[in-house]
Design a protein around this ligand. Sequence first.
Ligand code: ISE
Length: 345
Amino acid sequence: MNTPLRVAVVGAGRMGADHIERIHRRINGAEIAAVVDIDRARAEAAIAHIPGAVAHTDFQEVLDRDDIDAALIATPGFLHEQVLLSAIEHGLPTLCEKPLTPDAESSWRVVEAEVAAGRQLIQVGFMRRFDAGYLALRRMIEEQTYGELLTLHHQHRNPTTPPGFTNEMIINDSVVHEFDAVRFFTGEEITSVQVRIGRSTRNAPEGQKDPQLVLMETESGILAQVEAYVNAQFGYQVATQASFETGVVGIGGDTEPYVRTAGTWGGSVTPGFEERFVEAYDREIQAWVDAAARGQIGGPSAWDGYATAACCEAGVRAQASGEIVPVRMQPKPELYSTAPVAARA
Ligand code: ISE
């Protein structure tokens, strides 16, 4: 048996703690060797049950160790750039939760650092690429099972937003996944974004307009629209309907169990993204671990992180202007010349 990949998790908040449990309990070929969090007590609590794992308060302490093979970054996006650049400098395979960084300029610096290093080390946490429904739809698009894809209709509904979730975060934190999903489904870049804001729910916090309709166009003219509705109250729903020349395909619909009881029929709604995408997260992290053990990445790249950051930037400008805003991007470096990595089911 090969020795397990020794992983340092950076950030012991909601996603970090979730990934620590995942790697500790369900992922093959990896173990938690370190956790970094500015809050030492939180870091220690996250690994209290994992023998041998060490809590740190600074990523540099991890870099100074010689027994760490890979890093998983799960801190807020504004803290990512420095950790990513150090990871690249040290040749450390890294999975970075989305967003790669909060804006296109800093994401481009990460891409440039990888290009200078001459190898891809950063995988971005767009876990939906590992969801069975997303993979099935992508295959139908590639194989033209129902003819050409014409339009995409996405629903992105969250029950509520955490404190401090701004209007811009609807684009940067939620719609960012839809930008990546459209790129994943179509294999094309997004060329423009428009955002329309109409009547808002009274359940939105001060300053936030919810829901928002986002319309994007791809290089070949496919139109994709997203309803981003992040205070929908009822639960979590992320779904897509795709219209083809000879069929319409839906993914992310309600699943079993289907229950009849007390004069009602139906099932339950998933409460949040951890439950909705639990299998996708497991597959994502397994693919990353397997690839990192070979010094490679096993999913979306830093280029995908940069491209979605450019879409978000256009999206935020479109929120403010109501105009159709072109997505401005640098040319794609040769290092990323292969098509975006698709997960295999
Ligand atoms: C959250 O950060 C996520 O990444 C979820 O997948 C997304 O559905 C949600 O809207 C975001 O706030």
